[in-house]
Every structure is written in structure tokens, then in C-alpha cells.
Design a binder for this molecule. Sequence first.
Ligand SMILES: [Zn+2]
Ligand SMILES: [Zn+2]
Length: 837
Amino acid sequence: MTKVSLHCKSIAWLFVRHTPTGRLQSFACSEHLFQFLRTMTTNTTDNQHRGSKKPRAPKETMRHVKSREQRKRGVDVHGPATVYAQVVGAGSRDNGASLYVFSEFNRYLFNCGEGTQRLMQEHKLKAARLDNIFLTRMSWENVGGLSGMILTLKDTGVPEVVLSGPPQLEKYVNAIRVFSGPLEEIKLAVRPYTEKQYADDTMTVSQIPIFGEEDGPKCSPNSGRSSPSSSPQRREGTSWLLKQNTLGYQCKLIVEYKFSFSCSTNLSRLMTFLMHFLHRGTAAIGPLIAALKDGKSVTYEGREIHPEEVCTLTDPGPAFIVVECPSEEFVQPICIDQQLSRYQRGGTEDPAALVVHMSPESVLKTDEYKQWMERFPSTTEHLILNEQVCTVHNVRSHKIQTQLNLIHPEIFPELQHYKTKAALHVPNVRAECLLKFQLRPKIEWQRDAIPSCDTEEFVKEAAEAPNFLQEVEECKRFRATDAAVLSGRAEKYPEVVFLGTGSALPMKIRNVSGNLVNISATQSVLLDCGEGTFGQLCRHYGDSVDETLAKISTVFISHMHADHHTGLLSLLFQRERALATLGKAFSPIYLIAPVQMMTWLNLYHDHCEEILSHVNIVPSKVMCEGAEVSKFKTKAFIQALLITLFQTCPVRHCKNAFACSITHQSGWQLVFSGDTMPCDALTHMGKNATLLIHEATLEDGLEDEAVEKRHSTTSQAIGIGMKMNAEFIMLNHFSQRYAKIPLFSEDFNDRVGISFDHMRVSEILPRLIPPLKALFAEEIGEMEERRGRRELKQMKEAIAESNKEQRTPNEGETGKGAKREPEEPTQDVGSKRLKTN
Ligand SMILES: [Zn+2]
Ligand SMILES: [Zn+2]
């Protein structure tokens, strides 16, 4: 490299600052980014078979790509007009800290914990337009949502994702391939932490590795963000990780890595400068800029222009810092970090406009950290993302629950808000979901995007639905008589709390698979644990979530699709924290899952965080009827649960997919299908079950799609329940196209119920259906219209087909058969309409 470009490099290191300079410094780096074709939305397709689904061809946002081309060619070198940082997850226990940075050229995400994707979908932050994902630390809190995000981006057709973060990141990305299926369609570029900085059209981001002190003070289990030393188990894992690190990651002193990123927006005057300098502008400028970008000097009108002239005259844009200090061990290293101190008073850089602290209160309260915050001038704003925040993230979930609560307050209990308070001497702003800090054009806080959660408004809206209040009144009358009948009897079923009833990917109204079965006052079993299951538990149980976690002794994972298990790790870590908070002894959970689950857990354990001590694996296949294995392990958990039998059976979905059945001492039998097409083995296992929870991904009429995706339609699910002679059938795992309510099929009867997220049932009341239909009349109407159109189309196709066949000689019977066919759907549409209205 020439002297000039070396000089430029050093400028980059000092976090320069604006569009063209940024490109100058990291041109090679932005080359591959440039190919990052942006597609539009995070999308709502059903991709239950995410592993095998072909990605849709990316819809090219040509305008976007074109303008990027132009910027690259130097035709348009204006920096972005708008840049802001926006809170996605405020750092609460149910929604970990994540920050979205927007410019019209680029989008970035800092951290991607579980539920991030769901929040982005709800609040219309388009994940498919992300250029970069930065991770501040390898902990499940920061990466838990990444696998789901990658799968969604892949399904949306995004060709590449660029990830920056700690050294374990590459291994993590490799580990998710265990359950993600092939990821060839999407290029996962992992930028090593040693790569000091990154620059694009919007900003330069420098990675600042910070290493915790090995013998620093311990983090209490309640401190919020998990610490590697929060428990003996974790301690063990950490030392293990240390040994690994000495094997060649060049990180010998580390307890755990900690990264922070420092960013500066490109508020450039370069173009103005160039225009002035070259006063003739236009066509001649392009090639000159291109040469300067490459670090070459150019001659124009007899005058030599050196790239550094261009660089040094540029105006540094405002800088912001994102820093995570997970525990006291990192306080000192952060406080003495030279790179960060340059943005403080007396530093060599203009002071940072904003410091984003992803740090627990226990850290913020240490004198050393407070003093460090105070060393920034008063113009620097401090944004705090931790558990001491008061904000509602999942507004749509609160809305639907508030409305359902009107129908039945016990079955649809109100969701919980966390009440937290905290005070800090250093002036700061507590994060709220969607709170913005604008960096350009004007530096200011913006609160207009923060969603409101107005319960009264939700109630009013529901009351306006025709017939809704009448149906609710009717329902109340039944409830009184039902309660009188039921009060004399022992509970028929365990209490089931539906935590996630949607399929494929977490969406604002339905999260992915998760069902909590409260067997007794002290024992619970979790059936599936999709991403965000812990967050759902938080919102359902509020402050008593620790007690709930402490009761979970067994988790059943039906199969390895991401919508069924990627919430397991946070459940395990949070359960450990809950046990410690409650002063209870730690014990591993019994994990009944396909053996492939262990491949994933082993890889995560080996490269990321200690996890194996949390689980006692019982492979699903050893619980099948007639399996020849040692019953030692299985006996223990069966005894603990006070059940007489826990059984599994293979189902017709993907390789190693299982259903399960739990038979209790008191006589009830609960059967859970997992994902499956209609399955005889399941019917056999669940003969005369008290309660069947069966997937019903698709509506009737979509049988072909159901076969293709190996799922069941509503009627198929009910059919299995009837064949099984189940006393009650609860349907769940609905395609996300039925966000609020699935389409009712003709064979709905008083033994069938539909599940909603946060629905809590111990005795099922099918009488809820009329008020539900009133509440969601509009959605049902729309879905029926869609079905009508689809059936009409099928009918037309069938007519066309039969006409063709009629014209073909010697067709005989086939032709006649095909001719009769079209009449049936017509009747069908009519009768179905009548039934559902
Ligand atoms: Zn599924
Ligand atoms: Zn599946």
C-alpha cells in the first residue's frame, strides 16, 4: 500500500466519519456488501420446512441497489440525510437489549437475542434490509435470536448476512447448521473480531475487544445480564473455555470476551469540498473520486490531489458508542480503555454524542463506572438498556389478550408488566421500545415511535365488534353453571398454558411452539420450546416467573425444526438463575428430545457457553413403546413427575419427529402431537386420551399443501382426535397466515377447542367459540373470502380440465368423473359459509 493509503488507514482507526472517506478506508470490505441485494420485508410466509424450503427469488429493490451503485461509482456521494439509533429490545428480562441503527443507505442491528425478530416484525423494522449484525458478546442473551433471524433472511431470499462479533461467532454459525438444514443459499460472512474496523456509506465501526479480569468480583445471579462466573457450573465452563482459547484464539487472559463498538456517522462535507475544489464538477469527478477511493493521487488541471487532503479536510460526524459491561469484572477494563477514553473530555476525538450502555444496574452503580460515565462531557447522552426499564414491547400480544380477557378472565389472564425502578446519579435515559436517538440531521431524542399500550382503547375496540358483548354475556351465564358443575369434581386435566401457538417463525400475535403443562403445585413439563418461550413465560407470569421456572423439571422437544427448540437455552439459563434467586439447589432438567439435539448442545457447549450440566438427556426413541433400553434414567423423572407413563412415538413429519403422551397417577392422559400429518402411531398411543393437543397448521382445502409440508389440516387433526376417541382436542401450531384465529372447519364440535398464546386451560369450555367468532368476525370474513376465491379458481381449473378431457376421444368414465367434480366445491363454499357465520 502506498503511504497515502496507510495514512488513510490510520484515519479510519480514529473513527472517521463520512461517506467517501469511509469507502476509501475499507473499500475491499464494502465490495462484498455491495452485492447485498436488499429485499423488502421480513415477510410472513409459512416455512415450516425451513430447512428444505427453496428460498424465494429476492424481489429486488432496484432503486435501492441503483442508488448504491451510484454511490459506489462516486456519482452520488452525499452522506445519508437521516441517521438514528433506535431501541428494539430495551433490555428487560423478556426482551434483551438490541439496538437498530438506521440510515437510508444502511441498516444495522446490535445484538439479536430471542424475540428480536418478532419485535422487528411487529414494529416494521425490516430485517431483510439489514447490512450488518454486530454482537457485543457471545452469550445466549445476545445471539439467541440469530439462528431464527438467519433462517428468515434465507427464506426471504437475502443472499448474504454479515456478522461481526467475538471469536466464538464462527463456531456458533456452524453449530446452527445442525438444525437449520443447508444454508448454502445464504452467505454467512463472519467478520473476525481482530478486524479492527468496518466502514460503509454510513459509518465506520471499530471493534474494541475488552477482556474481563480473571479474578474480578463475582456477579450476583440477579444482576441481570448473565455472567460467566455467576454459578459454579458456569465457572467450570469458563475455565474450560479458557483452555480452548489458549489453543489458538490468541486470547489467553480472558475470562470472557467483551466487545464494544464505536461508530461515527458520515456527516461529510467531502463532496462540498470536492465540488469547490474541482469547481467544474459533474462528469469529470467520478473517475477522480474512484482513484482517490483507491488511495491514489490524481492530477486535475495541473494540480496533484492526494487522498489525505481529501480525508483530513472532512468533518468528523458524531460518534456513538455501544458498550456492554455484563458484570463487575469488565468495569475496570472498560474504564481504562484508551480507545473509549478518546471520546471523553480531554480526549483526542470530538466527544461521543451518545453512549449506549447494555449493562446491569449492579455495574452502573459501581463508583468506577459512574466516574467513567461522568468523564464524558455533559453533551454526551447516556442510553441505558437493562432490566430496570419500564416499557411494553409486544403491544399486539397485549392487545389481543386484553380483548380475549373480556371473554374469560381465567382462560385468558391479563399479561403482566414488570414494575422496576432505578435511580442513577449520572443523567441518563432509560430505554423504551422504539425510542430513537437521531444523529442526523439534528441530534435529538425522538419519542414519537414509542408504541402506546392503551388497555381502554383495546377494550373499546372489542366492544364495537357487532354482537361481541352479547356473546360475552351469554358466555358468562354458561360459565356460572359450568363452574357449579365443575366445582364438585376433581380437576380433569392438568393446567395447560399455551405459550406459543403459531408455526414457522415468531410473529406479533402468535409465538412459535411452546406449551407448559402444570402437572402439580411443584411439577411442570414443557412441551416444545421455540424461540421466545421464556419471554412468553415472563409476560404470562410476571414477577412469579422464577417460581414457574423452578417447577419445570422436564422438557420435551418434538423435533429439530427451529420453531420447536431454539428457546431452550434461555429457558435453561433463566431456570438456573431462578433456582439461585429462590435459594433452591440446582438440578438439571430431563430433556426428552431427538438425539440430534445433543449434537447442537454439544457444539454450543464446546464453543460458546457451558450448557451440558443443565440437561439430562433422554433420547425420544428410548421412550417409544417396546424400545429395548435401560429404564434407569427414565424411571427417575417419571417418579418425580408423579406420572405413571411417559411415552413417545415417531410421527410423520421430518426425520426424528416424535409425539408424546403423559399418563398421570390420577388417571388423565395428555397427548401432544408435535408436527405431523395424520398418524396412526399417534392414534394408537393416544387411545382414549383425556386431552389431545394436535397441530392444525392449515385450513381445510389445503390438503395438498399439508402433504407437501407434512402437516395436518384442521379436519385431519380433528379426525385423528375422533379416531383416538380423545375426550377433548385442542388445536394449535397454526400457520402464521391465521394470525388471530384459524378458519373453522365444518367438523368443529363441542370436543374441539382452538388455542391462543397465553391461553390457560384446566377445563375446556368450547362455549367460547361464539364470542371468539364475534370478536374476529372481520378476519374470519377475509379468510373465507380468500377460501372462496381459491375454491372458485380450483373449480374453473377443473372445468377447463374436464372440457379438455371431453374433447379427447376414448376418455369414457374419467371424463364424466371430472365433469361432476366442479359442482362439489360450489356447494362446499355455500355450506361452509353458513356454518361459520
Ligand atoms: Zn413447527
Ligand atoms: Zn416442523
